[in-house]
Design a protein around this ligand. Structure first.
Ligand code: 13P
Length: 251
């Protein structure tokens, strides 16, 4: 049985005080939930405080990016070891905002996936098509290229540790959600690519999250789809109450 994982992606939001306040409230709201992975992605500055705030709870902390080198002259960057050493469990990689604003390629994202695994953390690899891709019927092709590029060279054992987040770019922050059927269709295509890369047994165990305007009102229906195993949530993860509702929809 693959694991349902509900993850928040705060993006460039929250001071440390705000992060601790939200997580303290969230802890109470999701206490005792054990069959759903609960993850919050926080900006670098808030990570240490976030890890401390969730200590002893069922919430795990993710970074939103990393640089794929151990150490050295890379001004302004943060290494996998730095994240691992403070208790970060997951790293969100290849988000469409990073692909778009920071020109991250599948090749570079692949280096990050490998570096995160080598450091003993778990990558959340984001993929997803733009509106023009969907409108020109290229969704399957685009997501396949991103999956193959992002996971290139991984063994099946390594791939089993990766969480994939399918986020149609046109649904991010727009209030437009893919219909459950539309999302399911792409999730199935993504899983088929994983089957061809790593075999059926591994692909069937990999968590594939949906992201893009997921909120309490649509989470139940999306999460009811056969190949949707969780969510990566932006806007609705900023408030403890709405995020907790989505976690409960994943139960
Ligand atoms: P929204 O939930 O705000 O659409 O953002 C989704 C997202 O980009 C999560 O990574």
């Amino acid at each position: 049985m693959r694991k349902t994982i509900i993850a928040g992606n705060w993006k460039m939001n929250k001071t440390n005080a705000e992060a601790v306040e939200m997580l303290t409230e969230l802890k109470g709201l999701v206490a005792g939930i054990e069959n759903v992975g609960i993850v919050i992605g926080a900006p670098f500055t808030a990570l240490s405080d976030a890890v401390r705030a969730v200590e002893g709870s069922n919430i795990e902390i993710a970074a939103e990016n990393v640089y794929p080198k151990e150490s050295g002259a890379y001004t302004g960057e943060v290494s996998p070891l730095m994240l691992k050493s403070i208790g970060v469990k997951y790293v969100i990689l290849g988000h469409s905002e990073r692909r778009e604003y920071f020109h991250e390629s599948d090749e570079f994202i692949n280096e990050k996936v490998k570096a995160v695994l080598a450091a003993g953390m778990l990558p959340i690899l984001c993929i997803g098509e733009k509106l023009e891709d969907r409108e020109s019927g290229r969704t399957a092709e685009v997501t396949e290229t991103q999956i193959r590029g992002g996971l290139k060279g991984l063994t099946a054992e390594e791939a089993a540790k990766v969480v994939v987040a399918y986020e149609p770019v046109w649904a991010i922050g727009t209030g437009k959600t893919a219909t459950p059927e539309m999302a399911q269709e792409t999730h199935r295509q993504v899983r088929d690519v994983l089957v061809s890369m790593f075999g059926e047994a591994v692909a069937e165990e990999m968590t594939i999250q949906y992201g893009g305007s997921m909120k309490p009102e649509n989470a139940v229906e999306l999460l009811a789809q056969k190949d949707i195993d969780g969510g990566l949530i932006g806007g609705a993860s900023l408030k403890a109450a709405s995020f907790a509702e989505i976690v409960k929809a994943g139960k």
